[in-house]
Design a protein around this ligand. Structure first.
Ligand SMILES: NC(=O)c1ccc[n+]([C@@H]2O[C@H](COP(=O)([O-])OP(=O)(O)OC[C@H]3O[C@@H](n4cnc5c(N)ncnc54)[C@H](OP(=O)(O)O)[C@@H]3O)[C@@H](O)[C@H]2O)c1
Length: 290
């Protein structure tokens, strides 16, 4: 069984990006973050993205807005960043407070600065297999892991559990592209899927993006399959100082021994998301320099 760890893959990507950034000393990429309110998870995520950016020579800005901000005022903030030629990437940290429309907010970001890949134009570009598309970072990270571990995907049956716009749907679109490390036969499952285990047992590559700790058990996985666990779930753990631990969607201990390859949680896909955000930012910067 091969363990597909996120750290070495993410580090290799970051090293390559630092080199690309260093090639043009006249300009530096800049990513702007918008954070609405003080949600502790959002504070943590934005900070860690900024730290990674700094390490590889990407500038970052942070606009913190009150959680009472109106939709129009949020749009005005985004419009100002869209118009600023010094800003190459814009990320509005989700989740937003309930009174704000997340979809409209993501669609307001200029498609050419949409480094999160959530804008409808980039989703359309992905469907059209346009290489200029910014692809959502987590599924893009899954493809990078597959690619750098040279896992054969052409003609293979990829089963994705989950159909969210952030993970499941773009993952399915990526694997069905007419491209290297794609060309797969893709099945997408969700909460209304019947006989889920029967379908997942047919997967050569199984991607779990459900959000339920340990949902994928041994009997749902074909021996010799590749299993990519996207889930990040908090489960109670009285033995840990924090009182919880992070678990994936897959029962790692029982599934791993029968896999060809598997990603751990933590230490797997989660580490790829920030690396792919940096990759999208450098791509946006390079496109703006052309
Ligand atoms: N590694 C990372 O950096 C990263 C990034 C993003 C998300 N995640 C993690 O990935 C997981 C999924 O995230 P998400 O944003 O895609 O979540 P989401 O929007 O809640 O989507 C979950 C998907 O799973 C499906 N589902 C739920 N219960 C199911 C069941 N019993 N059987 C089959 N399908 C079921 C849902 O079906 P319906 O559509 O029918 O509701 C939905 O399509 C979460 O654990 C999240 O924390 C990790």
């Amino acid at each position: 069984m091969e363990l597909i760890e996120g750290k070495p893959v993410a580090q290799a990507i970051l090293n390559e990006l630092a080199e690309r950034v260093g090639k043009n000393p006249a300009s530096r990429p800049c990513v702007a973050f918008i954070r609405v309110g003080e949600d502790p998870a959002s504070v943590y995520y934005v900070r860690s993205k900024q730290k990674t950016a700094e390490k590889i020579g990407i500038e970052s800005r942070l606009n913190v807005l009150p959680d009472t901000i109106s939709q129009q005022a949020l749009f005005a903030e985004i419009d100002a960043l869209n118009a600023d030629p010094k800003v190459h990437g814009i990320l509005v940290q989700a989740p937003l407070p309930d009174h704000l429309d997340e979809r409209a907010t993501f669609n307001r970001v200029s498609p050419d600065k949409d480094v999160d890949g959530f804008n409808q134009v980039n989703l359309g570009r992905l469907v059209q297999e346009d290489p200029s598309a910014f692809v959502a970072c987590t599924p893009a990270g899954v493809v990078e892991m597959i690619k750098r571990h040279r896992i054969e995907t052409a003609g293979k049956h990829v089963v994705v559990i989950g159909r969210s716009l952030i993970v499941g749907k773009p993952a399915a679109l990526l694997f069905m592209r007419k491209a290297e490390f794609a060309n797969s036969t893709v099945t997408v499952c969700h909460s209304r899927t019947q006989n889920l285990a029967e379908i997942t047992r047919q997967a050569d590559i199984l991607i779990a993006a459900i959000g339920r700790a340990g949902y994928v058990t041994k009997d749902m996985v074909k021996p010799g399959a590749v299993v990519i666990d996207v889930g990040i779930n908090r489960v109670d753990d009285p033995q840990s100082a924090k009182g919880y631990k992070i678990a994936g969607d897959v029962q790692f201990d029982e599934v791993a021994p029968q896999c060809k390859a598997i990603t751990p949680v933590p230490g797997g896909v989660g580490l790829m998301t920030v690396a792919m955000l940096m990759s999208n930012t450098v791509k946006a910067w390079e496109a703006s320099n052309r």
